[in-house]
Ligand binder design. Structure first.
Ligand code: UD1
Length: 344
């Protein structure tokens, strides 16, 4: 296979770093741009230890067009882009919408402008199941309706899909796939890379691991009165390495011109839902640590349950999940323990 260069925006982040590892393993050359606003450069050392390769790293804030353009000029062999760089904290987006619209949309618009100008071939975009809002039917398929978003974060994902769709319609040299992620958790099995939340984690898995390691003492289950078997909310948790591999599969589909249109969408989940209590139980089983937690009120904006159909991705991307919930919680715990030992 001839090596082709892939620009990975946000490649130092949680999903970006795991995807970089899989890209390198698949024979791609990677150029990362990242402004390190929600990541630490030490993740690249982890990527290097896993792959024996240090990807090219460019410290760039994508909202500055000229800085991003300098990367396209410096690396004319870039054929494909995987675009992760975006803010993702749902609560913060409600408190500071301008920050979210500005960063997430200007970064994307600059990228699209340059992909048009430099005739870049492929784009894989990091979208989210949040575009489905509260689904009417489960599992959600790619044909499920897009609901009006309740948060600026969710709105930026919907708007981004639209921007990409319109741009590739008018510039048919670009082929694109939006991957709608469900809930990525876990870490690389080496324990060398993983999630690095800044401050108090908003998401469940890092809150659990930080509680178990002794950094937090107030784990809460947000609501046990949902219409679910144990009353806690259900999500489709997916191992971050399985998710990373979906990006390689999407790129392969584009590179081999198997795509049926130049804007396609795939759900990337496991097809199974797990409740908050089930995640806690899996963690307790895999770590041998009993967690103290309290049941509190529902968290504002949370939906009761969502999981996705993966049929389209299974067929179209020839991709299947390999890892179980226990492997997700076990790997997340290994990573948290390594962080305590001073890894990073
Ligand atoms: C949210 C976003 C998703 C985004 C993801 C990562 C929505 C609807 N979802 O997912 O798009 O990609 O964050 O940033 O916008 N929980 C607790 N206790 C905690 C933390 C969470 O019980 O301390 C519960 C939540 O109520 C929820 C589940 O755990 O039921 C998962 O929550 P979380 O990890 O925050 O992810 P989502 O809100 O599903």
């Amino acid at each position: 296979m001839t090596k082709s260069k892939v620009l990975v925006t946000g490649g130092v982040g949680y999903i970006g770093s795991h995807t970089t590892v899989e890209l390198i393993k698949a024979g791609y050359d990677v150029v990362i741009v990242d402004n390190l606003s929600n990541s630490e450069i030490s993740m690249l050392a982890g990527v290097e230890r896993i792959t024996d390769t240090r990807p090219i790293f460019e410290l760039v804030d994508m909202t500055t067009l000229s800085d991003l353009e300098a990367i396209f000029k410096k690396h004319p062999e870039i054929e494909s882009v995987i675009h992760f760089a975006a803010f993702k904290a749902v609560d913060e987006s409600v408190e500071n919408p301008v920050k979210y619209y500005r960063n997430n949309m200007i970064s994307l618009l600059n990228l699209m402008r340059l992909m048009v100008k430099y005739k870049t071939k492929n784009l894989v975009f990091s979208s989210s199941c949040t575009v489905y809002g509260t689904p009417d039917e489960l599992p959600v398929t790619e044909k499920s309706p897009i609901k009006k978003s309740v948060t600026p974060y969710g709105e930026t994902k919907q708007m981004a899909e639209r921007v990409i769709q319109d741009t590739v319609a008018a510039n048919t040299h670009i082929n694109s796939i939006a991957l709608r992620y469900f809930n990525p958790i876990g870490a690389h099995s080496s324990g060398l890379i993983g999630e690095l939340p800044l401050g108090i984690p908003g998401n469940l898995m890092p809150y659990i691991t930080q509680t178990a390691i002794g950094k937090r003492s107030d784990l809460k289950v947000f609501g046990n009165d949902y219409d679910t078997p144990d009353g806690s909310a259900i999500r489709d948790y997916i191992h971050v390495v399985d998710l990373a591999k979906a990006h390689i599969a999407a790129l392969k589909r584009l590179n081999e011109s198997q795509n049926q249109s130049n804007f396609e969408v795939f759900n990337v989940g496991t097809g199974n839902g797990h409740s908050v209590i089930e995640v806690i139980q899996s963690f307790e089983k895999m770590s041998g640590i009993k967690l103290d937690y309290t049941i509190t009120e529902r968290r504002a904006g949370d939906i009761p349950k969502i999981w996705g159909s993966t049929k389209l991705a299974n067929k179209g991307l020839n991709w299947h999940v390999e890892k179980t919930l226990d492997e997700m919680t076990e790997s997340a715990w290994k990573w948290e323990q390594n962080l305590k030992k001073g890894f990073k």
